[in-house]
Every structure is written in C-alpha cells, then in structure tokens.
Design a binder for this molecule. Structure first.
Ligand SMILES: Cc1ncc(COP(=O)(O)O)c(C=O)c1O
Length: 388
C-alpha cells in the first residue's frame, strides 16, 4: 500500500505544512474523465466538494463538463459567483433559510436539487412559485449506500413522488412564472468505497446503473416520464457509464485521487495529484519522527464511508516502510514498520498522499501548485469551510 512515487517538491518554495497539487497530473485526470464521458455519450457533472476551487472548476470546464454538482449551498453560491450556471445541489434542502438561498440561486443559474419524500416536493414547489423561479427536482434513490433516498426496490414510493412532481410541473407549464419540474432519478453508490476489489467496484457500478434503469422502466409502465438518470462517483463512474440509459455521471474525487482510490484499484499512485507536504520537526527515536502536519492538515478520515481496515493517516511518498501512525492536532507521528526504511532526519520534507483528499482540501485556504518546471504559485480554495 505504500507508494514509491518520488517527491514533487524540490526546494524551499513555501513553508510547511502545505497542501500541494501537481498540476500536470491534475490536468491529465480532468481530461481523461471528460474524454471518457464524451466517448460514452454521458454528461459529466463533477462534484465540487472535492476541490472547492474555482481554478480547478475552470480547468474542468475547459476540458468539457455539462454542469457542476455541489453538496452545500455555500459551495453553490461560490461557484455561481464565479460564473457557473448549471448547478445540482445533491443534498436535501430543508430549512426556510436554505430554501430562500436555493431560490435566490435559481434566479441566476439553472438549479436542480434532490427530494425523497412528498412533503419536500410540496414545500420546494411552493417556494419556487412564490419566488417565481424554476427548480428541477431529482428523486434521490438509495441503490445500496443506505443514507438518504428512497430504496430502489420501493417502486410505489418512487412513483408517488414522481407523480407529485409531475403534477406540480403541469401547473408550472400552464403558468410559467415559477415552479418545479421533474429532472429524473439520481443516486450515489458510496458503498463502493467498502469494496475489496476492482471487480466488486465494477459489480456495484453495474448494479447502481441497472437499479436506476429498472426504476425508469417501472415509471414508464405507470405512464410517468423520467427524463434523466444521474449516477457515478469516482469508483463507479467508469462502470456505470456503460449501462444503457444512464445519462450523467458525477465523480468528484477523480481530479486528485488519493490512497483510498489506489486501495480500490481505481487509480495508481502516479495518478494522485494532491499531497500534504510536511517537515520533520523531531526525531526522538531511530524508528520514529514527528512532522508538522497533524489532524488539522491531514484530517482523521481514513477513507470515504469508513476506514475498511486502513491503517495510518496517509501514504509516505518515496518509502515503502514508513507509516503515519498517529495524529494530534499539529503533530503527525511517522514510524518505521518493517526494519528497512530510513526514518527522515529533522528538517527533511516529507510528502504524504492522504487517505481521503476531499476533507484535506476543505481544511486549507490555498493549494500550492507545482508544474513540470517547478513552483507555479497558489490557488485559493474559494469554498473552503463552506459547509453551510
Ligand atoms: C451525491 C454525490 N454525488 C457524487 C459524489 C462524488 O463521489 P466521489 O467523491 O467518490 O467522486 C458524492 C460524494 O460524496 C456524492 O455524495
């Protein structure tokens, strides 16, 4: 599990700890996913929660995307300010304040969001009518993660919510001042992160897609429309895009990848574009040193949706025998595990590929950028901390 990939950083370009992106690797990851989606004939609507950075989103737009996904309205507001005009808020919008923010957003962008019960449909439809804006509604389907969403096998419940949306949509079409319309079915198969092999990931991806297409057929049989089918996280995007009928994928993590994606067999170490660069500040024993990146930089997350047997808090680049074994807020402990690795000396720089890149980025305000020719400067993480 430890990478032998070499350091990105070759000088005193910045102070540590820092979160650093290798721009050529990032650009390659972005282009590959855009080319893949276009080859498969599906729309690409990447999730912004991974990078929260307008500059990265601009690069995604240049490579070819059809819109963006966010979890939080705070993220949506940042990207709308930056000119992104087609936004899916893939998270239930529940409070009065959030509905007000959603409808304000819908006045300046094409906005869709998710629902999984009848009452949410009614409340959102009334808000959209009152504010004279259009909001697209996806029905969130649970294809196995067991988080939000109507279970895929509960066809009657899905049909009931779909027909309620369609009823509101008919009203909106008659009087097109404002209202809601049916966008389709949306799912997130996050349980793929619990897989133990690439084959298992592929099976989950196929099932994610097939559950949506089966539901669409069931809606059709009841005389209901179902415009789009949206699926696909970073592990499952490649498999689900091949299921006939899927119209959109929403991977997020693929821009950076991380130790979890390597563990799943979805990426190689050389695809990992993001690292935490830290410095050794103490070497109290020959088998142990301490770095200046702790849980406030690396995060305690051992992988999306749980640790699944992962040990440690990231992979140390350039060494197969070192492990980040413990974190306190500002200290990280690296230990030598197999008797072969050289524990770095005080003052040395260490590069760590995090277990889960997304929370690491949320914890920093800027990303250091490294290109083929060395240091390129900083990008602001515009929506860092926007979890509102
Ligand atoms: C609703 C939704 N869509 C898409 C994604 C993107 O998944 P990933 O980060 O695995 O690419 C997520 C991740 O949490 C999500 O919650």
């Amino acid at each position: 599990m430890q990478p032998l990939v070499l350091p990105f950083v070759h000088g005193e370009w910045f102070d540590t700890p820092a979160v650093v992106v290798h721009r050529p690797t990032l650009d390659r990851n972005i282009q590959k996913m855009a080319d893949f989606a276009s080859e498969k004939g599906v729309a690409l609507r990447p999730h912004m929660k991974t990078h929260k950075t307008v500059e990265v989103a601009r690069r995604q737009r240049l490579a070819g995307i059809q819109g963006i996904t966010v979890a939080k309205l705070g993220e949506a507001e940042v990207f709308a300010d930056a000119g992104f005009r087609d936004i899916t808020v893939a998270y239930p919008v529940v409070s009065t304040v959030k509905r007000r923010r959603l409808t304000a957003l819908a006045a300046r962008a094409r906005v869709t969001t998710v629902v999984d019960d009848l009452e949410q449909v009614d409340v959102l439809a009334r808000s959209a009518e009152e504010r004279a804006v259009s909001v697209g509604l996806w029905i969130k389907i649970d294809t196995g993660l067991h988080r939000c969403g109507i279970p895929a096998e509960a066809e009657d419940r899905v049909a009931a919510v779909a027909s309620r949306i369609v009823r509101w949509e008919e009203r909106w079409r008659k009087e097109p001042g404002g209202g809601v319309y049916f966008a389709g079915l949306l799912t997130h198969a996050g349980h793929a992160y619990g897989a133990s092999s690439r084959e298992e990931v592929e099976a989950i991806a196929r099932s994610e897609g097939e559950q949506l297409t089966a539901l669409k057929r069931a809606l059709r049989l009841r005389g209901l429309p179902c415009p789009e089918l949206s699926a696909g996280s970073t592990p499952t995007a490649f498999g689900v895009a091949g299921v006939p009928g899927i119209t959109e994928i929403r991977p997020g993590n693929y821009v950076f990848y991380d130790r979890t994606q390597v563990r799943l067999g979805v990426a190689d170490w050389s695809d990992c574009a993001l690292r935490v660069v830290a410095r050794v500040v103490s070497r109290p024993a020959p088998t142990r040193c301490v770095i200046d990146a702790g849980s406030k930089t690396l995060g305690l997350d051992q992988g999306a949706h749980g640790s699944r047997g992962v040990t440690g808090f990231g992979a140390v680049c350039g060494s197969v025998g070192l492990e980040v074994t413990r974190l306190s807020e500002e200290h990280g402990v690296i230990e030598e595990r197999d008797g072969t690795a050289e524990v770095p000396q005080v003052g040395a720089m260490v590069e760590i590929i995090p277990n889960h890149a997304c929370p690491v980025v949320n914890l920093t305000r800027r990303l250091g950028v490294v290109g083929e020719g060395g240091w390129e400067g900083w990008w602001s993480v515009d929506a860092a901390g926007r979890v509102d």
